[in-house]
Design a protein around this ligand. Structure first.
Ligand code: AFP
Length: 341
């Protein structure tokens, strides 16, 4: 995109206009998705504004503390969760919600029900809040096809059944990355307009990458293929340059960089955590969906990540995602150990 020319653009593609354009390609569409998305966007704007004010407003305090007016303070992740749940329920378009913050799924009351199930992590990377590092919201959307009484099976579906996924990163700018199944597009919040504007159209992840991203503190417990891949990144034997390590510890920020610059992001299994750390429904699936739609791959160490069928809403899985060729290498290392399904 030509950023100099952008400074003078008057024809702005807002996220709502973009989704309405997409919707017009499907004559049978009733506009429900556009309404749902506008409620998610509202949640993102609210959280963005709260994150920006966090230091000033002392929102960072522990949940349960009281502020100067004697009101109970809410931690940012608790506040974000409430905001998203209220926005999603009031959209009238949701049926089941699964949030990282809530042990149980929320079944929306019949009078407010719609056709969509939303799985989300309202504020991922919250251990980074206090030091001002980028954090984000991650979401995935499933559609329920008929009007049956909702059950957990409506959300315990493989990630490839999602109809849309995205994340919003609260960083030096507020960026919302979305795929409705057809490519991946990035929108940046213009604070003066209060609108997300298309700034990263049709994102494609580079086929190869010069960066690997993993918590190397866990290296002593890694399995063979992970250890071999990282060794190769650091000491390549084919004459290529060593890769750079970048790890923020905030999945949204690490995946955003991987999407734009290429490379790999990994949260592998290890001896202490055989299923890794990241949650299937609202971390692994939405990010894998976006990476695949941008031309990359996502793999669990055994299979394509989006083929997993979760059996519990807070299930975890190892994940390797990123540039197509890099993930091919990781798959070959697992295949060589006979670990692929
Ligand atoms: P927090 O929300 O507890 O900060 O966890 C963030 C996260 O789920 C994900 O965003 C990171 O990629 C990952 O954990 C980092 O985990 P490690 O600290 O174990 O590397």
């Amino acid at each position: 995109m030509d950023h100099a020319a952008d400074a003078h653009r008057t024809d702005l593609m807002t996220i709502t206009r973009f989704v309405l354009n997409e919707q017009s390609k499907y004559p049978e569409s009733r506009g429900d998705f556009t309404i749902l998305l506008s409620h998610i966007v509202l949640g993102c704007k609210f959280v963005c504004s709260s994150v920006n004010k966090a230091g000033l407003a002392k929102l960072i305090g522990l949940a349960g503390e009281t502020n100067i007016q004697g009101e109970e303070q809410k931690k940012l992740d608790v506040l974000s969760n409430e905001v998203f749940i209220k926005a999603l329920v009031s959209s009238g378009r949701t049926r089941i919600l699964v949030s990282e913050e809530d042990e149980n799924a929320i079944f929306v009351e019949p009078s407010k029900r719609g056709r969509y199930c939303v799985v989300f992590d309202p504020l991922d990377g919250s251990s980074n809040i206090d030091c001002g590092v980028s954090i984000g919201t991650i979401f995935g959307i499933y559609m329920v096809k008929d009007d049956h009484e909702p059950t957990l099976d409506d959300v315990l579906q493989p990630g490839k059944q999602m109809v849309a996924a995205g994340y919003c990163m609260y960083g030096s700018s507020c960026t919302l990355v979305l795929s409705t199944g057809n490519g991946v597009n990035g929108f940046t919040l213009d604070p003066s307009l209060g609108e997300f504007i298309l700034t990263h159209p049709d994102i494609k992840i580079p086929e190869k990458g010069k960066i690997y991203s993993v918590n190397e503190g866990n290296a002593k417990n890694w399995d063979g293929p992970t250890a071999k891949y990282v060794e190769k990144c650091k000491f390549p034997k084919d004459g290529s340059s060593a890769k750079s390590l970048r790890y923020i510890g905030s999945m949204v920020a690490d995946v955003h960089r991987t999407l734009l610059y290429g490379g790999t992001f990994m949260y592998p299994a290890d001896k202490k955590s055989p299923n890794g750390k990241l949650r299937v429904l609202y971390e692994v699936f939405p990010m894998s969906f976006l990476i695949e739609k941008a031309g990359g791959q996502a793999f669990t160490g055994k299979q394509r990540a989006l083929d997993l069928v979760p059996t519990k809403i807070h299930e975890r899985s190892p994940v390797f995602l990123g540039s197509y060729d890099e993930i091919e290498e990781i798959k070959a290392l697992y295949a060589a150990e006979g670990q692929m399904e």
